[in-house]
Design a protein around this ligand. Structure first.
Ligand code: HEM
Length: 448
């Protein structure tokens, strides 16, 4: 499995110019030609398996779009399909690395220019995620091992204002102001978000550079956040990740592809829990993304003993089981009392406060850790002392922010034992448009 294989496969893309893409204002040149020329598909991207390689397509959520993953060793050539009714990177398998880029549109980026930007960025993303260099990519070798690279776009309110305001969902606005927040403009707001995720930090970094090169004529960078989970292959795929408090984080998520996930993330169907909300996606196969940068005071957390740490969340550190259970996915029993008559899972524990009686008040969390350079000795930054400057890029997808996310955030802001060690320092809300086909581009409905 070598790069030689990849460069042979990239041949058909030659002859498609950046100018050709931009000229396709009506979608004729830009979409049709590029899609046809590139012929993107999962099958065409993975290099032929060398003898002895294990290579097989796996559908992680049968019947759901964008969930076909080609599994092979080495992992570098694994791809996640870019084209499809839904964008990848929402409920497709979580990768090891992520970069989030918030962009602010320039004043002269009107609907036409915005459409050009999205054509360019879509084309870049379609190529890079399938192991091809972007157009005019001088370092296409850096794209050869995409390692499940995905690129997901989200739009802030301003994008709708400049295109089709009537499509703007009512929930697309900043979250309410919370007493626990110490929001830093350096991680807050933004008109467009680009979420780049992959298992190889090199191809993720390359994708970031290529996408920003094409975005810079239309937008400026508002903020960039980089995060990570476990290296792929350090544990079996689909193991729930751990955050930097050592907690297994993501257990309570709906299972991608399940009836419940379809309802919670995409607003499809009635779900299986008798929820009470009138969930309507802002557009078919669209969803919403909330990004909260949350500082975690690891230094003070370390002063708690293990049982105390477990009590704060209501789950054990080892298996992630609820304090009333044995296994990670056991249902917590919030009624169970301990020997002294107090609830085993405290009423102010994080899982008790985050759990709602209404099964529609839920989200799909897809967070990444961050671990930055510690503050200079003696300094305190966002409540963190000199050893660590760590936290979570907390990312949640749900059909409707106001009906699903905000009630939970309200409750946690009011009371959550975890708040003693965490401080939200960044916040942004985006509408995630549907995916597209090779003759289209992400966000096209806003330019119809
Ligand atoms: C640094 C901040 C945070 C940390 C360290 C954290 C950690 C955790 C952990 C360890 C769990 C238990 C395992 C699991 O189900 O994933 C959990 C559950 C959960 N968290 Fe958080 N969390 C944080 C912030 C938030 C925020 C801001 C929200 C939403 C506003 C949230 C919503 C939830 C929900 C909905 C659950 C599942 C509860 C259930 O079992 O039904 N968390 N979190």
């Amino acid at each position: 499995m070598t790069n030689t294989n990849h460069s042979t496969e990239r041949q058909p893309t030659r002859g498609v110019s950046r100018r050709g893409l931009l000229l396709g204002a009506g979608g004729v040149v830009g979409g049709g030609l590029v899609g046809a020329a590139a012929g993107y598909s999962v099958a065409s991207t993975a290099a032929p398996a060398a003898p002895g390689d294990l290579q097989q397509p796996v559908d992680v959520s049968p019947g759901v779009a964008n969930t076909q993953v080609t599994v092979s060793h080495p992992y570098g050539t694994d791809t996640i399909a870019f084209y499809g009714p839904r964008q990848a990177g929402v409920d497709t398998p979580q990768q090891a690395h992520a970069i989030y880029i918030g962009l602010n549109l320039k004043d002269d980026t009107d609907a036409d220019r915005l459409s050009s930007m999205m054509r360019l960025l879509t084309d870049d993303a379609a190529r890079l995620t399938q192991g091809r260099g972007a157009l005019a990519d001088l370092d296409e070798e850096l794209a050869a091992a995409p390692a499940r690279l995905t690129v997901t776009f989200g739009f802030g309110s301003e994008v709708f204002d400049r295109t089709r305001p009537e499509l703007k969902p009512a929930w697309l606005k900043p979250l309410p102001t919370y007493g626990i927040d110490q929001l830093d403009p350096a991680y807050t707001g933004g008109d467009v978000v680009i979420q780049i995720q992959g298992d190889d930090p090199l191809s993720v970094a390359h994708a970031r550079r290529m996408l920003l090169k094409d975005a810079r004529a239309f937008a400026t960078v508002a903020w960039v956040q980089s995060g990570f989970t476990h290296a792929r292959a350090s544990r079996p795929d689909n193991t729930t990740m751990r955050n930097l408090f050592g907690q297994i984080d993501g257990t309570g998520n709906p299972e991608p592809g399940s009836e419940r996930a379809e309802r919670i993330i995409w607003g499809v169907g009635q779900g299986d829990g008798g929820g009470t909300k009138n969930l309507q996606p802002w557009i078919d196969n669209g969803t919403s993304m909330v990004i909260r940068r949350i500082a975690m005071n690891v230094d003070e957390w370390d002063e708690l003993d293990r049982p105390a740490q477990e009590g704060v969340v209501g789950r054990t550190l080892g298996s992630g089981a609820p304090l009333t259970g044995e296994h990670e996915h056991d249902a917590p029993d919030f009624e169970a009392l301990g020997p002294s008559g107090f609830p085993v899972i405290s009423d102010i524990s994080h899982i008790r406060r985050a759990r709602s009686d209404d099964p529609d008040e839920a989200m799909f969390r897809r967070s990444f850790n961050y671990d930055e350079q510690p503050a200079a000795s003696g300094d305190t930054l966002h409540g963190q002392t000199g050893v660590s400057q760590s936290g979570l890029i907390f990312v949640a997808f749900q059909c409707d922010v106001e009906q699903q996310y905000t009630p939970i955030q309200d409750r946690l802001a009011e009371t959550d034992h975890l708040n003693l060690w965490t401080i939200p320092i960044g916040s942004a809300v985006f509408a995630v448009p549907p995916g597209c086909q090779p003759d289209g581009y992400i966000g096209e409905a806003l330019f119809a």
